[in-house]
Design a protein around this ligand. Structure first.
Ligand code: ADP
Length: 165
């Protein structure tokens, strides 16, 4: 049951993986609307452009239940500012393992200092996805490994064409 609360799910999504989708599916069971906010982040030298990343997210959520509650947008700058613009009072972040905790705690506390109006909510993915991240998927794909179990088909195809295999 959603509670009328709007959330943002910020990240690089370079590219979206099944772990991200797992978190999104959990989030839309709780929130009435979830904005997936894709960081432009040129400093991180993403493999995919922000448009490519947004396109892959939109394709990947086509079949998911209540997917109409999800909106995909690009953002630059402060996450709390992005939340304010979206009318969101929650920031969703995924926690996979203890290794995520330190950085996520820092970010959540900093964002709370920057804005009292928004609360960070952590969600744990299914344990099958606890070792999955975009970087490792790109690495496997770059060496021609099979990533079909980790990413939606649209992403698998995009990785293949990026790495010309
Ligand atoms: P960022 O560069 O901001 O960390 P990511 O796209 O890597 O962006 O991740 C966005 C969010 O999704 C983060 O909260 C991250 O912890 C979460 N996330 C990434 N991969 C997974 C996964 N396999 N399972 C659950 N959450 C994940």
């Amino acid at each position: 049951m959603s509670n009328g609360t709007v959330a943002i799910y910020p990240g690089s999504f370079d590219p979206i993986t099944n772990g991200h989708i797992d978190i999104l599916e959990r989030a839309i069971r709780i929130f009435s609307k979830v904005f997936v906010t894709v960081a432009r982040n040129p400093a991180k030298r993403p493999l995919f452009t922000v448009e490519e990343r947004m396109h892959m997210i939109r394709e990947s959520i086509q079949g998911i239940r209540n997917g109409d509650k999800i909106e995909v947008i690009a953002f630059d700058g402060l996450i709390v500012e992005c939340a304010r613009e979206c009318g969101a009072t929650a920031i969703i972040r995924g926690l996979r393992a203890v290794s995520d905790f330190e950085y996520e705690l820092q970010m959540a506390l900093m964002n709370r200092r920057l804005s009292q109006d928004v609360t960070t909510v952590f969600m744990m993915p299914h344990e099958n996805y606890s070792y999955l991240n975009s970087t490792i998927v790109k690495e496997v794909a770059s060496f021609g490994g099979d990533v079909s179990a980790f990413v939606p088909p649209v992403v698998e195809a995009a990785l293949k064409s990026k790495f010309h295999r």
